[in-house]
Design a protein around this ligand. Sequence first.
Ligand code: ADP
Ligand code: MG
Length: 736
Amino acid sequence: MSKSKSSESVKVVVRCRPLNRREESNGPAGGIVQMDLRLGQVILRNPRAPASEPQKTFTFDAVYDANSKQRDLYDESVRPLIDSVLAGFNGTIFAYGQTGTGKTYTMQGAWLDPEKRGVIPNAFDHIFTHISRSQSDKQYLVRASYLEIYREEIRDLLDPNHANARALELRESPDTGVYVRDLTSCVCKSIKEIEEVMNVGNQARAVGATDMNEHSSRSHALFLITVECSQPGPDGRKHIRVGRLNLVDLAGSERQAKTGVQGERLKEAAKINLSLSALGNVISALADGRSGHVPYRDSKLTRLLQDSLGGNAKTVMVATLGPAPQHYDETITTLRYASRAKNIQNQPKVNEDPKDALLREFQREIARLRAQLNHRKWRSKQKKEQVEGEVWERDGETEEEEEEEEVEKEAEDYVRLEEQRLEREKEAIREDRFLLAEEKQRLLGEKERMMGDLRKEQEATEQLTAKYKAMESKLLVGGKNIMDHTNEQQKMLEMKRQEIAEQTRREREMQQQMLVQDEETVELRETFTSLQQEVEAKTKKLKKLYAKLQCIKAEIQDVNDEHVRSRQELEQTQNELTRELKFKYLIIENFIPPEEKNKIMNRLTFDPEEDQWKFQPLVPGESKSSRMKKRPASAVGYKRPISQYARVAIAMGAHSRYRAENIMFLELDMTPPSTASLDRSTEAASNQSHSAANSPSKDRGVRKSRSWYQPRKSITSSSSNISLAACHTATPTAAQ
Ligand code: ADP
Ligand code: MG
């Protein structure tokens, strides 16, 4: 196995499912997808184009038609990847395609039918069979996690509280790259256990969705398996290799119709396929090779798959197609994506002795527990020998292994003997007639305590043993923990099948190479005997090249059309978002006081990690707890904040109830109407100064009578000194 950082391209295979019953009944047109299995080519017919138009041909690492078996796809295209993961590489398999084209069928398949089991169950089988057949100097630790990305939120499917749990965050570390914080990971010791983990996750996925089909075609599911393997190296030390496998079932790649949606629904529509379009952009940027910036950060999915696309992982992409004519557009888009992804180069490398290997921690913990246990047992043995009066010396570590069983036996013997001895002594004390009753009681109590100690010690040892055993059982030893039930014949059969798969793969590669070479060298080989012949040959070649040119022209046209279409869609989304924005602006500008708006705006900061605006806390973080515990103090030294009305009332020497209270006087002041004589010349002037309650009044009677209908307003506005004073002048006795 090479550890070099040589680059290799993403492997892309295409699979086409059979026509389903509904499509068959739609018409006799049949499928539009043809496949050349030997050459790994897909030939696509455009149902709307005239028959003269050349068909489109795409070449891939392998193609699987409607008759293909799950097992063939696994053996030929996935097995080598899983083998690499077991050797310590990172690996990713993802299924991409329109909804209903067989992504889930390919990744999971029908679990109960061995013929129809998909990539994931076959990978489980493969991993644990490999462990069961490996040498006994290897130790393995297998862990599994399961998550989904739905509306740009990462959810842990193994969290029992999945439906209500908060979305998980992505983090990046220099050692492991991008990872999901706080993701549950389960240690799996057998195929059954890992299948159980998968089932739990699948159920959580189903429960979380109101409409399963809708949900599953809009969410991306990632099943992660980490295989750690420790093996003694040539230097005698144990080296750990960590392989990480991502098994990804993507959301359907078709465009979601989003016409006429608003508000929340619009936001949802914008987010649904954000991950997928970001994936497309990443693939384009990587395949292009010229653009320096790869937009991994645009979505959660692309960040999680960062290693798998252009990073240090080996990657297989399974593009799934449906053969029905009505899905021609989707099919060709999938094929274009797939064909672009072929150009992505990865630099896979073995993860050797990473800092975060859990296996190392487990090994340390097991060693510690074992040392503790041994210490206890030695101690028991020592005591036994002391009891028996033997002189005993521990002589080094050499005979440890053989003696271990003996020590364990002796430790058990010691406990038994000690118990018997204490029992005997108790009996002797009871029967001793020369002892005083009190003395007897004391001695018996002491023996009882000694026995209790002995039992406690024994219990502690048992607990320690149980812990040690549980810990040890998590580590799988090559060829030991898992039984391999296949017999020799089956093993031979498996090997043969793998050989055949390998051969088919190589043959296809050679065929493809030959095809390319053929085109290049055809004219070198040709010698022409006559001019006529030369003309004929060249005409033929010209025709061929012309056809090729037409193909490429049509391709350019198609790509242009697609580009225009997606631009129009983007524009439409942009327009809708702009409209939404204008609506929000209108509300903000007209209904939110500017100072409130400024306050809010000053508190907002952008968190690029989470791609969200966040509020800064009002109180600085560290002093928060100490400050918030105290009640807000009153500015002028009152016990509590107090209203201006009450303060003025106190200052005016008012009633004692205002001293520390926030009580306002809300009764109407019922001043009697005045009976002063009306002076017409002054009335007009006083009418003009109508609103000024504290204006110098020429006629006290008129002002008073106005206070008849005004006091309610002036009293309730407790923050206004002026109105309060006015009220007081109007009703000098009211506050009393
Ligand atoms: P997707 O996950 O892409 O939305 P599914 O995997 O759910 O699609 O497949 C839709 C249907 O097509 C399922 O009923 C599945 O059994 C069937 N199907 C898909 N691929 C194949 C295949 N290669 N052979 C037979 N049936 C298939
Ligand atoms: Mg699916």
